[in-house]
Design a protein around this ligand. Structure first.
Ligand SMILES: CCCCCCCCCCCC/C=C/CC(=O)SCCNC(=O)CCNC(=O)[C@H](O)C(C)(C)COP(=O)(O)OP(=O)(O)OC[C@H]1O[C@@H](n2cnc3c(N)ncnc32)[C@H](O)[C@@H]1OP(=O)(O)O
Length: 179
């Protein structure tokens, strides 16, 4: 969902002077889901968009979720009026539970590859964004949720001892790749 009058879809990328297009098209081709897991509100007066993650129960990062996230980031990126992005969660107590483990359990190597490429695309898009990006971490944010917030320029986390953040997969001896 992009609550801004469909303006973006009518504009060509070249009118904005920002790079765009191919990744969006790739992501759009992939996105067959009709359910909306990402809600975006853009305030024209401030130039700041708020992106709310709303994939119940815990905003786990499925292929559909990642695809929708990427499409929305890219749309905002193409809008020259959008200077800042706040990423937060609509789910109570959880920012994001990280990668949707059911996306990698018992799946074919091809499907796992597709999923892993979507993970890379997500963090590269956020990390490389020309917008100022802020993660407003209003709940727990383990593993891939931590990765997502790390790729933002700034992080603010709700002060609640019940919320945790970190690369918890290291407890199982799984470490982030070296690239
Ligand atoms: C800046 C440059 C960066 C460069 C980066 C380079 C690349 C770095 C690579 C980094 C790698 C990152 C790797 C990530 C790996 C992963 O993300 S694997 C996933 C790991 N996630 C977890 O371990 C989270 C586990 N979940 C929890 O801890 C808790 O569920 C919670 C704290 C999130 C929420 O707790 P609570 O509110 O009590 O809910 P629950 O009852 O536990 O769960 C509700 C419901 O959700 C299901 N669920 C939870 N997590 C996931 C998940 N990850 N995937 C799918 N489903 C999940 C849980 O099973 C429950 O389902 P049911 O209600 O039982 O059906």
């Amino acid at each position: 969902m992009y609550a801004r009058s469909g303006l973006l879809s009518q504009r060509s990328c070249s009118s904005h002077g920002r790079e765009c297009a191919t990744p969006v098209l790739a992501a759009q081709r992939r996105n067959n889901s009709t359910a909306t897991k990402i809600a975006v509100e853009f305030d024209q007066s401030t130039g700041v968009a708020v992106m709310r993650l709303q994939g119940p129960p815990v905003n786990s990062l499925s292929l559909d979720f990642l695809t929708e996230l990427c499409i929305n980031v890219e749309k905002l990126e193409m809008d020259k009026n959008c200077r800042g992005l706040i990423l937060t969660s609509s789910q109570p107590k959880v920012f994001s539970a990280g990668l949707d483990i059911m996306e990698i359990y018992g799946k074919s190597p091809e499907r796992c590859g597709e999923f892993w490429r979507a993970v890379q695309e997500m963090w590269l898009k956020l990390y490389g964004s020309s917008m100022v990006t802020i993660a407003a971490i209003n709940g727990s944010s383990p593993a891939g949720g931590c990765l997502m917030s790390m790729t933002c320029d700034y992080r603010i986390m709700a002060d609640n001892p019940r919320y945790s953040i970190g690369l918890n997969e290291t407890q199982l001896g799984i470490v982030a790749p070296f690239w």
